[in-house]
Design a binder for this molecule. Sequence first.
Ligand code: NAD
Ligand code: LYC
Length: 603
Amino acid sequence: MILNIIDALRMSPNRYLNMGLAFQISIPLTRAAPCVLPAALDRKHERRPRVSAARASNLTSSKKTPVPLPEAVDAVFIGSGMGALTAAADLASKGASVAVLESYIIPGGSSGWFERKGFRFDAGASMIFGFGERGTTNLLTRALATVGKRIETVPDAVQVRYHLPDELDIKVHRKYDEFLAGLIKRFPHEEKGIRKFYGACWSVFNSLNCMPLKSLEEPNYLLQVFAAHPIACLNLLRFIGRNAGDIARDHIKDETLLKFIDMECYSWSVVPADLTPMINAGMVFSDRHYGGINYPVGGVGRISEEIVAGIEECDGCSVHFRARVSKILFDSTGAACGVKLVNGRTVSAKAVISNATRWDTFGEKGLVEAERVPPSEERFRERYVKSPSFCSLHMAVREKGLEVGMSEEQGMDCHHIMLDDWDEIETARDGKGTLFVSIPTVLDKSLAPPGMHIFHVFTPSWVDEWEGLSRKEYRAKKEAMLETIVARLEKKLFPGLKSAIEFSEVGSARTHRKYLGRVDGSYGPVAKKKLPGLLSMPFNRTDVDKLYCVGDSTFPGQGLNATAFSGFACAHRVAADLGIIGSLPGPIDRFLTDLLSRQRLKL
Ligand SMILES: NC(=O)c1ccc[n+]([C@@H]2O[C@H](COP(=O)([O-])OP(=O)(O)OC[C@H]3O[C@@H](n4cnc5c(N)ncnc54)[C@H](O)[C@@H]3O)[C@@H](O)[C@H]2O)c1
Ligand SMILES: CC(C)=CCC/C(C)=C/C=C/C(C)=C/C=C/C(C)=C/C=C/C=C(C)/C=C/C=C(C)/C=C/C=C(\C)CCC=C(C)C
């Protein structure tokens, strides 16, 4: 869901140019001293002054003199999504030299942003998990703290309000008891089942939330975590091969309630409960009541801006924009040893980490040449497919015109999910399926001028719907999507919306493909068939020596908090491989890791 570059350049070319130039920064080549890090997690919040996106980008660079791309680093990252930034920050904090190469002009990938006429829009992610203060699952708070950063957030009292068929109007309150009371009121005959299903989610979450979260393919860590938390580990083993739908069906019989649970899963995993791993459901359905959903003041883009600033404060570490990688380089042993950019420049590295999707890394036109793609990637493609992309509407809306629809009962919650017909949940095209609505100005007024709201509305959409159109037809299709979606929202949620819109922009699956560098603009990999929970999702190592993946193509999948986990896990495995942290003796480590991978791949 990202901006149209032509419009962006038309509106403010210098700004984007400046942003690009601001990041032509580099570093000395030798191994760096560890940063003076990290800030304690309980450090007092500091409200940062609001700055424009361009200025904020310039400010993220703590280094005054632009320096060129490094020739060699410990770890080079392809892309700067949340997975890569977390891993880079963690490695930087451990003393490794890192270079992050991002093809776009700002960091964050799906958690990026753009500005128009004094409005700051979130390009993608807007409902943020993992920003809590307690436990170990608050991985975004931790990713920032790794490089000494922290962001002020606004707690959201309601995670989401569902407006579903069968007049199912459910608010997911931050307070668990309030959410449960609302659901039980609607399905009193299923009280026991509801408590059992969501109770199982808590059981998963509590087990995760008591242990340090690192790489599951680092046997030394696994042994330690088993020794320190045996009950929690055994409990996780009980759930790791299961899907949420199976557990829901163990306890619940009412078909409408089961459809609601499908929607609860679909709203973030884009597959129904049957295909949604229970570990992930446990995280999402519990963290929203534990750490809560918290909106970062100044917009979602602040997270990646701050992590970038933190990385750049570490010796030997840098982040580069307009730095598109065209291929991964290999040495004579077949191990990855660096990357080549589209401009012909190269960076050598002891570890190469791809934050591009699996398809963009190993696919037909991917970063790894066909003859080097290992057979395990074929197995991945047998199990996972690309989810659809989204069509996104970004709208600046006058508060005044909306008052008609904003009765106390209707409420102005930040996030809404709307569906008119259960059969349309996954399949409907042309804006007739599930609508996701995010109005971040409900929580943070600073994103828009006084009296204005930001609406980000999106719906699943496939790239094939947008291919083969002339320029005129493409524009007309965007217009038609806008009309259909606004009409649906006016009818059910926001009367007066149409006339309150000051301006709008529509992003298609093609927009996502282009600006996120994601194949077909896909939201991420989803199970092709019913799989044993998370068991067959690849970890960070690949079958190519010294080449790692990070981000939503790796365990545990989509979501900022999930990709932050993959980042921590990746940094841990890479640090062990580079000898930065201790691990079991090499051959034993390799034997155990391979054994674990082989067993998982059979599943
Ligand atoms: N509310 C939410 O939490 C929410 C909402 C929307 C999306 N998401 C999810 O957030 C997750 C974040 O994903 P992620 O960490 O895997 O990454 P990402 O897709 O967000 O970022 C990848 C980055 O890599 C860059 N890139 C790709 N190929 C490149 C190349 N060849 N050279 C240089 N740069 C290149 C892209 O420009 C992009 O910035 C995704 O799962 C996404 O679906 C979450
Ligand atoms: C040996 C073995 C293998 C094992 C052993 C046992 C153990 C130890 C285990 C462990 C495990 C672990 C650690 C795990 C972990 C996990 C995790 C961390 C997970 C996470 C997850 C998360 C997630 C999934 C999240 C997500 C989210 C999302 C996606 C969101 C989204 C949202 C949306 C899109 C919505 C929007 C809406 C509106 C706007 C309305």
